[in-house]
Design a protein. Structure first.
Length: 90
């Protein structure tokens, strides 16, 4: 089982290196905007503490009915964003 895990890990490592580094197959998902500095500045000003934020999400204590209502509203725009305010804490 350990040999299988090591071989699987090696295969996954090689695959990730090839697709993200050598071949850059994910380039189409990595768009540039000249407004990135102002966007990042705005986002940083909106969060009061360091952490990872998955947007949009539900507020703590949201009822089941409200979650279902929000899910229906989000189907029109299903985009998701992951934002980390301090990715490399000291």
């Amino acid at each position: 089982m350990i040999v299988g895990a090591l071989v699987g890990g090696l295969i996954l490592f090689v695959w990730q290196f090839l697709t993200w580094g050598a071949l850059n197959l994910h380039e189409a998902q990595q768009n540039y905007t000249p407004k990135q500095d102002s966007i990042l500045s705005y986002l940083n000003s909106q969060f009061s503490e360091d952490g990872a934020y998955f947007l949009p999400t539900y507020a703590p204590g949201t009822s089941r009915e409200e979650m279902e209502k929000q899910m229906k509203a989000r189907k029109a725009s299903p985009g998701r964003r992951w934002y980390t305010t301090n990715p490399c804490p000291a």
